[in-house]
Ligand binder design. Structure first.
Ligand code: HSE
Length: 436
């Protein structure tokens, strides 16, 4: 059989890794795919040739549209990232009848509905395993391995950079900015690292997971997003004293009120396996009604782990080149005409437990006033501790864990607590999930 010809868009961290894996493992990949897979063309404005294997056999230009329009190319692999021109390139590749593989979570989360519809019409595949959790085959698992299940919820550490920062802060007391700079140097961080630390990257990925799990259209604009930049070292310490770790989680859950879709720092019990996922590693916990909880763990970012997922997609697409387009695994796991319109529920309606920290004047009646406000809002306290004041300070940190409460009620209570004369500044709130 003729080799399959691949056009690579981008020769950066992931593009370079993809080329290297395809060249290094070429013989074994051909045995799996049933034919040879060759990168014949690539487009990159700037790249470092050093360390790129087999580059001499690749025609490199700086015009990505020329690669997309090249009639010899069977599969376009988009590894440029960002919204534009990635969207235009992918749509043009589809228009040209080419299959597409992409690692671009931002593109899929925002424009996936449009892209899959176009691909469906043309009978081509757009594969995106590398878009979520780097090397972990979580999309394959959700779309195929767990297809028998009614998925109940997913909770994941799906941003390697954020997890790396939280881990280094906790274990080594390192400075936030310093760890972020290291993550950038290692090629983990997004081009705009605020996407990592403010939770936007995780929200892109969670949006994709929710669609695959529940058969709903991609709705990135409905995802609640809160980053890790406001986590204080004392919160990490106090959480540990309560038996919890703070992780930046993406959580999506099927409820009677709709689908919860939220990314935020979260206290989770330290005995859960996922609480011990450190560094750049990612982990996704999926609860299906038949299988129960399942956990997927691996490197969530980096050149070769992400290339592992990209190349798996290229092999998958190669295997299906001769199959009837109607009988391929659907892009969003459910048949395109079978997507559900169950709504994403607003954050105000989400029910969780909370960790609260406030700075209070150390005098009689303060704790009673705070407890009174919580009780009035129907919020039950599970544990409360008054900590030692900092050196030379008269005000004391007051930390507590609550039972489950609707976010709307908690907002009202926090507003009232912040208005107390005896409480200084803002109340820190971190949601708590027991992940049972
Ligand atoms: N910036 C992303 C992360 C890369 O840190 O997880 C992988 O999507």
């Amino acid at each position: 059989m003729k080799p399959v010809k691949v056009g690579l868009l981008g020769l950066g961290t992931v593009g370079g890794g993809t080329l290297n894996v395809l060249v290094r493992n070429a013989a074994e990949i051909a045995r799996r795919a049933g034919r040879e897979i060759l990168v014949t063309h690539a487009a990159a404005r700037e790249y470092r040739a050093e360390g790129l294997e087999g580059l001499d056999k690749v025609e490199v230009c700086d015009d990505a549209f020329a690669v997309v329009d090249n009639p010899d190319i069977d599969i376009v692999v988009e590894l440029i990232g960002g919204y534009s021109p990635a969207r235009e390139l992918v749509l043009r590749a589809i228009e040209n009848g080419k299959h597409v593989v992409t690692a671009n979570k931002a593109l899929i989360a925002l424009h996936g509905n449009e892209i899959f519809e176009a691909a469906q019409k043309k009978g081509v595949t757009v594969a995106f395993e590398a878009a979520v959790a780097g090397g972990i085959p979580i999309i394959k698992a959700l779309r195929e391995g767990l297809a028998a299940n009614h998925i109940e919820w997913i909770a994941g550490i799906i941003n390697g950079t954020g997890n790396f920062i939280l881990t280094e802060m906790k274990d080594k007391g390192r400075d936030f900015a310093d760890v972020l700079a290291e993550a950038q140097a290692l090629g983990y961080a997004e081009a705009d690292p605020t996407f990592d630390v403010e939770g936007i990257d995780a929200a892109h990925k969670l949006t994709i997971l929710a669609s695959l799990a529940f058969g709903i259209p991609l709705q990135f604009d409905k995802c609640y997003t809160e980053g890790i930049s406001r986590i204080q070292p004392q919160d990490v310490t106090y959480a540990e004293q309560f038996g919890y770790r703070i992780k930046h989680l993406g959580i999506t859950r099927r409820t009677e009120r709709g689908i919860e879709l939220r990314v935020h720092p979260t206290l989770i019990p330290e005995r859960r396996l996922i609480a011990n996922v450190d560094g750049v590693m990612n982990a996704v916990l999926v609860k299906g009604d038949a299988v129960g909880p399942t956990l997927y763990y691996g490197a969530g970012a980096g050149s070769l782990p992400t290339a592992s997922a990209v190349v798996a997609d290229i092999i998958d697409v190669t295997r299906t080149l001769t199959t009837d387009p109607e009988n391929r695994v659907p892009h969003l796991a459910f048949q395109p005409g079978e997507l559900s319109d169950v709504p994403v529920c607003p954050m105000d309606d989400v029910v969780t437990a909370y960790y609260l920290r406030m700075t209070a004047v150390d005098r009689p009646g303060v704790v009673a006033a705070v407890a009174g406000i919580l009780s009035e809002a129907g919020i039950s306290i599970e544990a409360m501790q008054q900590k030692q004041p900092a050196e030379g300070e008269v005000e004391v940190p007051l930390v507590m864990l609550t039972h489950l409460v609707r976010e709307r009620q908690m907002n009202v209570a926090i507003e009232k607590i912040e208005a107390l004369d005896s409480v200084a500044g803002e109340v820190t709130r971190i949601r708590v999930e027991r992940l049972k």
